[in-house]
Design a protein. Structure first.
Length: 332
């Protein structure tokens, strides 16, 4: 896992979504630069980085991405000369991006069911496709609507994705089906009917956004802003795979302070947990609250110092631990 003791950069720059960790790592050439420098463990010249890059990544593209990553604060120059030669190394933020890339690769490898002997190039392509999809708002909407354990017919899915045009929905849906992220089933009855469901193996991929948020909370000056942890999306995806180690009955309110999102109520029923959409006035047995950085730190590194708990602590702790274990099941 990642080392929570590494220093954190700070800043109050405006939001730059293109600097999110998942976005930075989605593009192949940027990913190659970070992977090569991270694996080497020290500074390298741009020419050496280009030599070690995949064949479809040109030296010119490598140079462009190096400069881009330097502007973003992910790389820093070493031994630079007036002629523009020298070496490059990962900053603290870049080192953590490299570690995130390893975790995200593990998540995608497990979700896609890739074999241990799958080539590095094939794994990298799978990671690129997954990260590219998970940075697409339309794809995120589709996956969110399919995250419930209920199959949706095409008309029902189209309705839930409005106002996204029908054609756009299917342009995004088709590659998800081909990749096995979404399962399309067709009955043999007459008339035939089609339904879509989210492949359970891909539910822990929701942790990719959580990891990206964790990185942005530690390096907001580089990321441009702190990402929204989107606990709602995480819970919709991961709760069907979440089990309590022993039986509990009660409800826990999760509150992200400073967020425009409504608090989330989780209800424990024996060993299962579900989202409870009762009115806010409905009493709860426990409450956990904290800022976006506190939630990201708690769910990723297990550091809950910034989160405050009130009410039934045993119930709150059990629910939190179960959700965290399910979300990180592919990286532990």
């Amino acid at each position: 896992m990642l080392d929570p003791s590494l220093p954190t950069t700070a800043g109050d720059r405006p939001a730059h979504p293109e600097r999110a960790a998942s976005v930075l790592l989605a593009e192949g050439a940027r990913r190659a630069v970070i992977a090569i420098l991270g694996a080497h463990g020290g500074p390298l010249a741009s020419a050496v980085i280009a030599e070690r890059a995949p064949l479809d990544v040109t030296p010119r593209l490598i140079r462009d991405r190096i400069r881009e990553l330097e502007r973003h604060g992910v790389l820093s120059p070493v031994d630079q000369t007036p002629g523009g030669t020298g070496r490059w190394q990962l900053t603290t933020a870049g080192q953590e991006l490299f570690r995130l890339l390893a975790l995200m690769t593990r998540i995608v490898t497990n979700a896609a069911g890739l074999r241990p002997n799958t080539s590095a190039a094939t794994r990298d392509r799978a990671v690129g496709r997954a990260l590219d999809a998970l940075t697409d708002p339309v794809v995120l909407t589709i996956l969110r609507e399919l995250s419930e354990k209920v199959a949706l017919s095409p008309p029902a899915l189209e309705a839930r994705c409005r106002p996204t045009p029908r054609r756009t929905v299917y342009r995004r849906l088709t590659p998800l089906v081909e990749a096995g992220v979404v399962v399309r089933s067709t009955t043999g009855q007459v008339p035939r009917s089609t339904a879509y469901t989210l492949n359970d193996d891909w539910r822990p991929a929701a942790a990719i956004q959580l990891l990206s948020t964790w990185w942005s909370t530690r390096h907001p000056q580089v990321a441009g802003a702190v990402e929204d942890p989107d606990l709602d999306g995480l819970l919709h995806s991961i709760l069907p795979r979440t089990k309590l180690t022993k039986g509990f009955h009660g409800s826990v309110l999760w509150v992200v302070t400073g967020s425009p999102r409504d608090p989330l109520r989780l209800s424990a029923h024996g060993q299962t947990i579900s989202l409870d959409f009762s009115t806010p006035e409905h009493p709860t047995d426990a409450t956990i609250q904290g800022g976006a950085a506190d939630w990201a730190a708690g769910l990723v590194s297990g550091n809950r110092d910034g989160l405050t708990t009130s009410g039934d602590r045993d119930l709150a702790d059990a629910v939190f631990a179960a959700v965290r274990a399910a979300a990180l099941s592919y990286v532990r």
